[in-house]
Design a protein around this ligand. Sequence first.
Ligand SMILES: Cc1ncc(COP(=O)(O)O)c(C=O)c1O
Ligand SMILES: N[C@@H](CCOP(=O)(O)O)C(=O)O
Length: 465
Amino acid sequence: MDYISTRGEAPNLGFSDALLAGLARDGGLYVPREWPTFTRKDIRAMRGQSYQEIAFRVMEPFTAGEIEPEALRAMIDEAYATFRHPAVAPLVQTGANAFILELFHGPTLAFKDVAMQLIARLMDHVLAKRDQRATIVGATSGDTGGAAIDAFAGRDRTDIFILFPEGRVSPVQQRQMTTSKASNVHAVALQGNFDDCQDMIKAMFNHGSFRDQVRLSGVNSINWARIMAQIVYYFTAAVSLGSPDRKVSFTVPTGNFGDIFAGYCAKRMGLPIAKLVIATNENDILARTMRTGRYEMRGVNPTTSPSMDIQISSNFERLLFEAGARDAETVRRAMSGLKQSGAFDIGEAALKAIRKDFRAGRASERQVKAVISDMQAQTGYVLDPHTAVAVHVADRMTKPAAPMITLATAHPAKFPDAVKQACGIDPALPSWLSDLMKREERFSVLPSEQDKVEAHILSLTRAAQ
Ligand SMILES: Cc1ncc(COP(=O)(O)O)c(C=O)c1O
Ligand SMILES: N[C@@H](CCOP(=O)(O)O)C(=O)O
């Protein structure tokens, strides 16, 4: 399997190179040249299989020819042994046709662990084979950073630098990034918002000499392997509700569009999905885009679901590429419009294709609070604010015949203040994190200036050549 860039001007790469590259050299994102597909019989055969077995079946075609099947199996087993639930991603029924897919049983209590625990192992495997080192960079609005730090801490072949927006992540999220004792971990509070952190990462990737000098690699969902690992739970959840003989829909709390794009990939691979519902908070650029066909930035307002406080939704580029019949030139034009004027229009055919698969909705802060409170009062189930955004949106979709699966992307204990304000419950951190708020912090504060961030990385990475 090889991978092509959404902007059509970077070399095609095999899986290992796409994994290490993160962003393509033309600024685009890698997607598989062809979608592997499963027949209804293949999908039926997944029923009753473990999460790990389905993970192997779903991911093997993407890595074929580069990662030996036995090595892939071993990495999958190790990655998901870090999860505290035997099912890895259990489904909980909350209504007649309503389910919650709990993706927060990993070490840092966020769905990011699902991909991050695997890609840290995949990168180590590839780097060891090549006898190389890499500098990993990541931008986070809160959860990616903690998950990446947990997964990469103490690994000898990588140094990891995570940029988070100063003062805009929850105290639990911040401590998950700043209290690691591992010497290869470097947390940086950037003086800006999440989009500034993400722009900084992209700018470093586009700075060729720096990129080569430190062997830059990225762990945001710009990295194809992140998406690949997230496709798996769409299959496990759908199969456990009767797929392929019953269609299901998914509602996904959305920011950078990685998680829901993984659902789209599952559909392209043959999983019968009725609708993919994009749920946004008050930073509702994606819901507006779905309504108007125009992607238009308007600035970010901090909310109680900070991990979704985003305007530049990186993976939307992958969807534009797919929905626009893989026309790289259209993607290049759209992305340059976004850079120059903060907006672009989606062509009629692409918009029609997107609207066929997707729906969208938004939840205000008041609605998020109400849904946390109502759900707790009616069922005893405590939602985190990101999941609450999605539950609110899912509840307002015209009632489909297909079961609606809402993705629960974080544990409520990551956002105790918002949860307590909404329903009066103070969700406790699990035992392995119970002393988190007492651990000593270590991080640097840097201005949002590329030369300063690069100098900081150069002074600390062991991968500089
Ligand atoms: C808890 C939580 N929910 C939802 C999202 C949005 O996911 P995505 O960026 O893949 O759209 C994030 C951040 O990515 C998150 O941390
Ligand atoms: N919400 C994210 C933002 C980064 O998203 P990613 O999926 O591209 O890594 C976060 O929690 O950091």
